[in-house]
Design a protein around this ligand. Structure first.
Ligand code: GCU
Length: 717
């Protein structure tokens, strides 16, 4: 009897599992290497019979390991390493290998990090060659080859080449030494400083694998709001341990430099960048770093912004500050990434204008090994901003892009928002400098002179959570960042497709709804948070939930009311010549189109203009009605995502499916909160009725104002 019962129970369990896939928690990211379906397996198997490496190095070692892991997972058979060439072998090799004699391969196109994948005949055998000028190219090629398998592409007739368009492709971890992550929504910092260097968590290796799989070649380990202690000798030993783990994966480590470190660590009286003792202190410190970590990447600096120390404390310019560090790094081939995210409390100028005002006049004044790191927009990683006016305006200075992968202003981890579309929009924006067609992507990928650096930084969303990014879908933003850093001209849609196939399963019935959800998701957030060019309406310092009424923070530009300028006469920030004139920082063609109410796109209307509540939109509706409709549209879009996701029940594994379902329910509740609170506030000023068919907020304004969230994650220490 008992046996019978057990048999029934186990049959039931097996059915359940087969139906829902085995439980997954998201740890494997897009590198799941799930078994291919049998026809795909049969097609691929003759082309992966063995692996051969013509050279050996730590990087080739990890490339072989990854190939083996991937093929074992997807084809269910171990992949042996062989010495002799055989049919179906995958051959990892580099330029100049005698095995490649007679093959005309385009190594010249590959640069230092590119790769080629070619189906070829070597010693009379049909093989797949994966090769680069350097071993790192081979590793990137292996990841690409595995992606072909993961996404169901044929591998029997390959002829591919690819190379990154940017040199520096880095994550910026805003991680503090106490493991609190500023704007982090996925647990603690993954850097467990207390246990380093003694304990090398295997997770660090998986972190490196994931980054290498998308071409990221550097990581800044520490917060831009920097702590000088990271430069202490004992901490450098910890950094060294991480550098050793990352090195085979082509990932360099970088640190943030606190500008006042010579005072705090060196006990000097000043941190003036022109002071000889200060210069000597930095030179000695940087030499010391390189004795510990010979391939250290360099320093990232936030100076004279939001209370951080910097050269202006000594009446020196950003260039003088950056150049001092650059001079000390240059002999070691290190770089300085100097952030242009600056604004000052004492400065009454529109915050939009301040970075441009300070940096543009310094064009051409930075050393060759300095990159000025510019956020995508002039304010701060909002759900939508026009591109930063510095792009295109500093032709003699390498500018690198800074995107925020973590979703500080897009609902934290629980709101599904794929940022690929936002980044594509920013990168495809035309700066008109020097002429039409000079997109932001072109500006950042065109070196200012032959050897000049180029780059992109992404503020990481990675933490100690099992799923790394705080939510399953936020992994897509890490993934997409790598792809855009590799190719700023990339498109969000194919990136979403690749990610969806690798992360959720290569079934068109899964990919289509997942991609649809992703592509519409960012606009949904814009709609229910800050439509029509509104910006920075998030509650106080933690930025969680709506706070459009907040007006009591110490600095004017920290208050949402500063940005919306809602008043009885209308709403929006006049940045035309009649207002703050921030618009004049853009090229004349944009001044013309964005400056006119006739041609400014709806989505930037209130960013550049203050308009009456009854202003007639292109749709014929009043501005007030259009605003309300946008909030409701955002909610409808979240409901649409829920419906798509509901249809995937049983088509993806149960554990991740349930997590996404629950997060979408949180997102819906919070979208409604955003909508209701915003409408309650703006209606108290506009005094207009809601358009027909649109419900009043569930509660009165005081209810929304009374909501507090003192322990929102990512804020405080
Ligand atoms: C935002 C963010 C801060 C961060 C800053 C920066 O203002 O809220 O936490 O330090 O950006 O980029 O430096």
């Amino acid at each position: 009897m008992l046996r019978k019962l057990l048999a029934i129970l186990s049959a039931f369990l097996c059915f359940g599992l087969a139906n829902q896939g085995h439980a997954e928690d998201g740890y494997d990211l897009w590198l799941r290497y799930q078994p291919l379906e049998s026809a795909a397996k049969a097609r691929a198997a003759p082309w992966v019979t063995a692996m051969i490496a013509s050279t050996s190095s730590p990087t080739i070692g990890v490339a072989l390991e990854e190939l083996q892991r991937g093929v074992q997972g997807m084809l269910g058979a171990p992949l042996a390493r062989r010495e002799g060439v055989q049919d179906g072998a995958v051959l990892l090799t580099s330029a100049g290998s005698p095995l490649l004699q007679g093959l005309d391969l385009p190594f010249a196109k590959l640069g230092e990090e590119g790769y080629l994948i070619r189906s070829a005949t070597v010693q009379g055998k049909r093989v797949t060659v994966i090769a680069g000028n350097r071993d790192i190219g081979v590793l990137y090629g292996v990841f690409r080859f595995l992606k072909l398998l993961q996404t169901g592409q044929p591998i029997d007739n390959l002829d591919l080449t690819d190379a990154p368009k940017l040199k520096v492709r880095v994550l910026n971890h805003w991680d503090n030494l106490n493991r609190h992550v500023e704007r982090g929504y996925s647990g603690l910092s993954i850097w467990d400083w207390q246990k380093l260097p003694g304990f090398r968590d295997p997770r660090y290796t998986d972190y490196a694998r994931a980054n290498a799989s998308i071409g990221i070649n550097g990581t800044v380990l520490t917060n831009v709001n920097a702590n000088a202690d990271i430069l202490r000798p004992d901490y450098l030993q910890k950094v060294k341990a991480l550098a050793e783990i990352f090195r085979p994966y082509g990932i360099k480590v970088y640190l943030t430099a606190r500008f006042s470190a010579p005072i705090e660590l060196g006990k000097l009286k000043t941190a003036d960048p022109l002071d000889p003792e200060v210069r000597a202190w930095w030179k000695a410190k940087i030499d010391e770093i390189y004795t510990v970590i010979p391939d250290f990447g360099g320093l990232l600096v936030k100076a004279n912004s939001e209370g951080q120390p910097g050269p202006a404390d000594y009446k020196r310019s950003h260039a003088e500050g950056a150049n001092m560090l650059a001079d000390a790094l240059a002999p070691h081939h290190g770089i300085v990434m100097w952030r242009a995210f600056v604004y000052a409390a004492e400065n009454a100028e529109d915050r939009h204008k301040q970075a441009y005002s300070e940096f543009q006049p310094l064009d051409g004044r930075f050393r060759d090994n300095v990159l000025v790191q510019v956020k995508n927009g002039a304010i701060d990683f909002q759900p939508r901003e026009p591109f930063h006016p510095l792009f295109g305006a500093m032709p003699k200075t390498p500018l690198m892009m800074e995107f925020q992968i973590t979703k500080e202003y897009l609902g934290f981890a629980t709101h599904l928002a794929y940022l690929g579309t936002m980044w594509e929009e920013a990168l495809q924006a035309d700066t008109f400098r020097p002429n039409k067609g000079s997109t932001v992507a072109r500006v950042i990928e065109t070196p200012v002179d032959a050897d000049a650096a180029t780059g992109m930084a992404g503020v990481a969303n990675i933490g100690s959570d099992r799923n790394w990014s705080g939510s399953q879908f936020d992994q897509a933003n890490w993934y997409a960042f790598g792809r855009f850093a590799w190719d700023p001209g990339a498109k969000a849609e194919p990136i979403a497709r690749d990610w969806a196939a690798m992360t959720w399963g290569n079934d068109p019935a899964v990919i289509a709804p997942v991609v649809r959800m992703m592509l519409g998701s960012r606009e949904a957030v814009v709609d229910y948070m800050t439509p029509l060019g509104l910006t920075h309406q998030m509650a106080t310092g933690h930025h969680y939930g709506p706070g459009p009424w907040v007006s009591d923070l110490a600095r004017p530009e920290w208050n949402p009311v500063y940005y919306a300028k809602a008043a009885p006469d209308g709403i929006g920030f006049d940045r035309t010549a009649k207002g703050s004139d921030a618009l004049s920082q853009y090229a004349p063609a944009l001044v013309k189109s964005w400056g006119s109410l006739k041609s400014v796109p709806d989505e930037l209307l209130l960013w550049f203009h203050h308009v009456p509540w009854d202003y007639r939109m292109k749709s014929g509706r009043t501005l007030w009605d259009a605003l309300v409709i946008h909030y409701d549209t955002g909610i409808d879009k979240v409901r649409g995502m829920q419906a798509d996701w509901a249809g995937l029940r049983g088509k993806v594994d149960a554990q991740r499916w349930a997590e996404v379902r629950d997060f979408l329910a949180i997102q819906l509740a919070e979208a409604i909160w955003w909508r209701d609170a915003s409408i309650a506030w703006f209606q108290s000023i506009s005094k207009r009725p809601l358009p027909e068919g649109h419900k009043p907020p569930a509660h009165d304004l005081d209810y929304y104002k009374a909501i507090t969230m003192p322990y929102a994650p990512g804020w405080g220490e």
